[in-house]
Design a protein around this ligand. Structure first.
Ligand code: PMV
Length: 324
């Protein structure tokens, strides 16, 4: 039975960088995110006893090597849970550039998890889906529940999962993505996480995380946009400081990234309430309230280097879109 699922990417306001358990992808800290309405993967999974191996197609290209292996490993987890042995055909499409700092692994593995588990006849709870998605890609666990999400780090596999703090319609804030680079990143986040500990600032970062999570949750509860923005922006710089000071160092920013950061700060000083955050790629995510989206978009499009502006509102998590 073929199952098709749509799952959103998510933007983390408090980031996950560094793991307590490498293999199980248990993070060193809890994180807070929002699902994105207009950055998503649509994935179909069909187990078929005529197949000799798993066949994976992402964005119309047949996967090979490590990419195919990672998906096949995930399918094997599902097969094991369902007591099945058939291989599967997986067809996945992203509506945004893969591996460029918009989390294709999050939307991709969230969609794969829900589609594969249903196609294999499993009926997992949201918590179990989140745990399973986490095993494919850490941040994918946050694309299972709806809206504004917390991934509580936990201490073992069974208690490290994400859940919804508020539904998608709770707060009309936006993530306006300034796309400046579309090339796949050189160092994947999976690899990057293992380097985090080599930064002299990593321990200090991790020590401060519980307080930061508490403070941003309070700002979210109070819909205090200024406080919310201040925390998320400082957090992004904090994470990138760890990245840039790891050994070897990771520079996901390009000169264009920094140019936009400085523009965001300048626009804010002139009264436009906007705050930036950046994941493992060059693109800048600018968080603002709905009322400021138009102005922000115009400002961004006036900068020569911005190739595309993607506007995202809060969204629901992974959903089946077609059951034959
Ligand atoms: O899930 P991963 O391994 O792709 O890691 C995601 C890391 C960041 O995007 C940089 C931060 C986050 O919490 O999303």
């Amino acid at each position: 039975m073929k199952v098709t699922v749509k799952a959103p990417a998510n933007i983390a306001f408090i980031k996950y960088w560094g793991k307590k358990n490498e293999k199980l992808r248990i993070p060193a800290n809890s994180s807070i995110s929002m699902n994105l309405s207009d950055a998503f993967s649509v994935t179909s999974v069909d187990f078929d006893n005529r197949l000799k191996e798993d066949v994976v197609k992402i964005d119309d290209v047949v996967s090979a090597g490590g990419e195919r292996e990672r998906v096949a490993r995930h399918l094997s987890l599902v097969r094991k849970m369902a007591g099945k042995s058939d291989y599967a055909e997986v067809v996945s499409k992203n509506n945004f550039p893969k591996a460029s700092g918009i989390a294709s692994s999050a939307s991709g593995f969230a969609a794969l998890t829900l589609a594969a588990s249903l196609a294999a006849g499993l009926k997992l709870s949201e918590k179990d889906l989140s745990i399973l998605a986490r095993l494919g890609s850490g941040s994918a666990c946050r694309s299972i529940p709806d809206g504004f999400v917390e991934w509580r780090q936990g201490s073992k596999s069974e208690d490290s999962f994400a859940f919804s703090l508020y539904p998608a319609d709770y707060w009309d804030i936006c993530d306006v993505i300034a796309v400046i680079g579309q090339a796949s990143k050189k160092v994947s986040s999976t690899e990057g996480h293992t380097l985090a500990e080599s930064s002299p600032f990593y321990k200090t970062r991790i020590l401060g995380m519980p307080q930061k999570v508490k403070e941003i949750k309070l700002a979210l509860r109070n819909k205090d946009f200024t406080r919310f923005g201040e925390i998320l922006e400082a957090e992004a710089v904090n994470m990138h400081t760890v990245m840039m000071t790891s050994n070897p160092p990771l520079f996901y920013w390009t000169p264009k990234t920094l140019e936009i950061i400085l523009k965001v700060i300048e626009w804010r000083s002139r009264g436009l309430k906007v705050y930036f955050t950046i994941d493992a790629g060059p693109n800048v995510h600018i968080i603002c309230e709905e009322k400021n989206v138009k102005k922000l978009k115009n400002n961004l499009l006036m900068l020569g280097d911005v190739k595309e502006v993607l506007i995202n509102r809060p969204a629901v998590g992974a959903r089946v879109i077609n059951l034959p």
